[in-house]
Design a protein around this ligand. Structure first.
Ligand SMILES: [Zn+2]
Length: 200
């Protein structure tokens, strides 16, 4: 009799644990966001100075502000030089803002540069510092200095947000994932990892 009762309690606990795990997985699957399968063949240059490294503090699909968004945030102090990851024509820029913070009300306060690539896609460089745009028109080569990083717009900390888009909206498949040349080879970048731009 005692035995039967203790077995029942074990089974009960097992059922409760299973339901709890399934519920957690369900919540996690809602919170985790997917990103596009689009992947560019082009090999991009890391958008910072040769021989320097920066850590990716939010990667593709990051839950802070990259939900369904194939974008990368590189941590860097305000004023760090930013270089074109791919050649193209300056399509648009903004550099008159001095406001930023961790609230979505700052979304439209980011300074930025958008470069149009020869395949029609756009390279987007976000959160630049006030007056931090160095290339305002015409053609820029891959690796050319284009501006200075900052902390304007919707940000937790100073960083450069970089993304490539086929269309300038926030739909999941407007984004393109891109590979970069790093000292460790040609890679897709991961959140939490530091990458160095080769010096050659
Ligand atoms: Zn970002």
């Amino acid at each position: 009799m005692e035995n039967k009762r203790s077995w029942r309690s074990v089974i009960k606990k097992a059922i409760i644990a299973t339901v709890f795990i399934i519920a957690c997985l369900y919540v996690f699957s809602i919170l985790a966001s997917g990103v596009t399968k689009n992947l560019d063949d082009y090999v991009y240059e890391l958008p910072f100075e040769k021989g320097t490294s920066h850590r990716v503090v939010q990667g593709y699909g990051g839950l802070f502000s990259h939900k369904n968004t194939a974008a990368l945030d590189f941590a860097m102090p305000v004023g760090t030089p930013v270089y074109a990851a791919r050649e193209g024509i300056i399509y648009a820029f903004k550099h008159d803002s001095d406001e930023g913070g961790p609230l979505s009300q700052y979304k439209n306060k980011a300074n930025y540069i958008i470069i149009k690539h020869s395949d029609g896609s756009f390279g987007c460089y976000w959160h630049l510092k006030k007056s931090g745009v160095a290339a305002k028109s015409g053609f820029v080569t891959k690796g050319q200095l284009i501006g200075y990083s900052g902390s304007t717009g919707f940000v937790l900390r100073p960083h450069l947000h970089f993304s490539v888009k086929r269309k300038l909206n926030y739909e999941k498949d407007s984004f393109v994932r891109t590979k970069f040349k790093t000292v460790e080879g040609i890679l897709l970048l991961n959140n939490g990892t530091t990458y160095e731009r080769p010096s050659d």
